[in-house]
Design a protein around this ligand. Structure first.
Ligand SMILES: Cc1cc2nc3c(=O)[nH]c(=O)nc-3n(C[C@H](O)[C@H](O)[C@H](O)COP(=O)(O)OP(=O)(O)OC[C@H]3O[C@@H](n4cnc5c(N)ncnc54)[C@H](O)[C@@H]3O)c2cc1C
Length: 579
């Protein structure tokens, strides 16, 4: 490690920072007035010879209020699982499912009241091909394997996967002549299959409205699109079907570590004594690694905002493949780039598996791990940038927008490994983009490591197929009639925009991982995802949940803890209790 060179770079940004070596890592301490300074010091501290950057420079006056469950009980107190998975995003749920293929006792804890509430529900759902990655990166290794694995996974879980290609478009002749061949060569060297150059004429056959400036494109046929939250929920459901336990509203608060071994993990619902801990805590994964004494990295949260357009605008991104626009874009669009642009794919315009158009994301460095607010300035900037590639875009077509936070490390790579300083931890940390693509492949390695560490055997009766429930919007008339005859609730349409029936909502309320919030139902079967954004169906969904669960409508939550919708005849005390 060249600590002198690192210190020189860091001191140019923050002269008062202390730069030292700590257990093979570069450690920074001190105080800064702006997050930009903290972030830039972290970037400057990256050194190939070190294990990673521990950026402990404090931002003056900063304190983030972390969303923590208020619940305190002993629901899992004294549990002795073979494996404790921390985090119910796609990483944790994929790990739990792969681990349920073994004869081991798996417990997953998630601090929110559902799985898929962090980055895994707030992203584009692109199954990436890996063209923006580099040899030697963990990201590349897992993206190539994950991309391939998705075909089998989607079939087993009953999730939609559209193998819509990704395109990288060129606006000038020199880009077409120089960048396109280099990109095809890079693709070959990285091992990305089925890439080819397409002329503007060929693009017209694939898409009727390619941008007028198009001089050619690189077409990447192995791209794809999934619904990331549906995949995450399906992984969780199938893990539960195969014996894994999931404890929601359960936050890891501390650990007891002795001689490099985690002895106990303390949560708000009791203390757990696992043999192995899997750290899949997303934007909090460095905090969990620190608790375990195994931290070699720092998460610097990077927010991304996406816009969702009405389904009727799906012609922007056509039936044959998702129309994703990565840089390079014409100069007029490049000026909108922000500080982190070197670490994004530049965003794009694409069609989701559910038929909406997604525009974005951008990338903004921020100190907050859970701030998913959106703002007008970002929305307008995204439209302005992507309008260059999809000239028809208009703010009038936006039906909603959201932000997610990427768990980026300063090394800009995943941290997937067995513990270095702690024997019984597996890190699945820093899973920033393209984590949706990579997580199922990472989970396979986690399964193999656990098998090796515990000497576990394969479960003979593992069932990879998740229980199938009907989706009426996708069914033909004859099939619908059959479902309705078997259960009249399938004939009662609750959400007209998305054609979701009462029967499907009840199916969701009876799924292996039961979640009874309006947002939980929305993520599972889509009522409220359409043009009216739940304006008409939300009261009906509340009523169905209340009736099914035998609770007062005032007790039904929209999403997070405390998010009551109704205050009426039954008095809600605002703390989860109804008087
Ligand atoms: C805007 C945006 C667009 C993206 N687009 C794509 C894309 O198109 N394709 C792609 O492949 N990837 C994409 N990604 C990346 C992808 O979303 C992430 O890599 C992936 O979701 C990370 O999954 P995860 O399980 O590691 O983290 P998360 O989904 O954030 O899950 C971590 C979980 O851990 C829980 N947790 C944290 N601390 C604790 C604790 N102490 N106790 C208990 N639980 C805890 C959290 O509540 C959270 O639910 C995108 C990301 C963003 C933000």
């Amino acid at each position: 490690m060249n600590l002198k060179a690192v210190a020189k770079r860091v001191h140019k940004i923050l002269p008062s920072a202390k730069v030292e070596e700590y257990r093979g890592c570069v450690r920074l301490t001190g105080e800064a007035d702006s997050w930009d300074v903290v972030y830039r010091c972290g970037v400057a501290a990256v050194d190939k010879g070190s294990l990673g950057v521990l950026n402990d420079i404090r931002l003056k006056g900063f304190c983030e209020k972390v969303k923590a469950p208020s619940l305190r009980d002993g629901a899992i107190d004294g549990a002795t699982p073979d494996v404790l998975v921390i985090g119910g995003g796609i990483m944790g749920c994929a790990a739990a499912r792969e681990l349920s293929k073994l004869n081991v006792d798996v417990l997953l804890v998630e601090k929110a009241n559902d799985v898929a509430t962090g980055a895994s529900s707030r992203n584009d759902g692109c199954i990436h091909v890996g063209i923006d990655l580099h040899k030697g990166q963990q990201k590349l290794h897992y993206v190539l394997r994950g991309n391939e694995y998705y075909t089998q996974l989607a079939e087993e879980l009953g999730c939609d996967l559209k193998r819509w290609a990704q395109t990288f478009m060129f606006s000038t002749v020199w880009e077409r002549r120089i960048i396109a061949p280099l990109m095809l060569l890079k693709g070959r060297l990285l091992g990305i299959p089925r890439m080819r150059f397409v002329t503007p004429e060929e693009m017209k056959k694939l898409e009727p409205t390619p941008p007028s400036w198009l001089t050619g494109a690189v077409y990447m046929a192995t791209g794809g699109v999934v619904s990331p939250y549906k995949v995450t929920i399906a992984l969780a459901d199938n893990a539960v079907e195969n014996g894994a336990r999931i404890s929601l509203n359960t936050m890891v608060e501390g650990m007891d570590v002795e001689n490099g071994v985690i002895k106990a993990v303390r949560t708000n619902r009791g203390t757990v004594y696992p043999k192995i801990v899997v750290n899949a805590a997303g934007a909090f994964s460095d905090i969990i690694a620190d608790m375990a004494g195994d931290r070699t990295f720092t998460i610097h949260p990077r927010k991304g905002t996406d816009l969702i357009l009405d389904k009727k605008k799906a012609y922007y991104a056509l039936s044959s493949f998702a129309r994703s626009y990565f840089a390079p874009l014409p100069a007029s669009a490049r000026e909108d780039n922000n500080a982190a642009v070197g670490h994004t794919k530049g965003g794009g315009v694409m069609r989701t598996v559910d038929g909406n158009v997604l525009v974005g994301p951008n990338a903004i460095e921020q100190p907050y791990r859970e701030d998913t607010t959106t703002n007008l300035e970002d929305i307008l900037a995204i439209i302005k940038k992507q309008k260059v590639a999809a000239e028809e875009l208009s703010t009038a077509d936006i039906i909603t927008y959201f932000s997610g936070v990427r768990a980026a490390t300063y090394e800009e790579d995943f941290v997937v490994r067995r513990g270095i300083f702690t024997k019984n931890i597996i890190e699945a940390a820093g899973i920033q983009s393209p984590g949706i693509t990579a997580a199922p492949a990472i989970a396979c390695d986690i399964r193999d490591w656990v098998k090796d560490m515990l000497g576990a055997t394969d479960k003979a009766d593992f069932n990879p197929y998740r229980k199938h429930t009907p989706r009426l919007a996708d069914a033909d008339d004859e099939t619908r009639a059959r479902y309705i005859a078997s259960n009249p609730d399938y004939g009662e349409i609750v959400c007209r925009c998305e054609e979701v029936s009462k029967g499907e909502i009840i199916d969701a309320l009876e799924s292996p991982l039961k979640v009874c919030t309006v947002d939980g139902i929305k993520r599972r079967v889509r009522p409220g995802m359409g043009r009216c954004q739940g304006g008409f169906c939300s009261p009906l969904v509340v009523k169905i949940i209340a009736e099914h669960e035998g609770i007062a409508p005032e007790q039904v939550l929209k999403g997070d803890e405390g998010s009551y919708i109704l205050f009426g005849n039954t008095k809600n005390n605002g703390e989860g209790g109804v008087k």
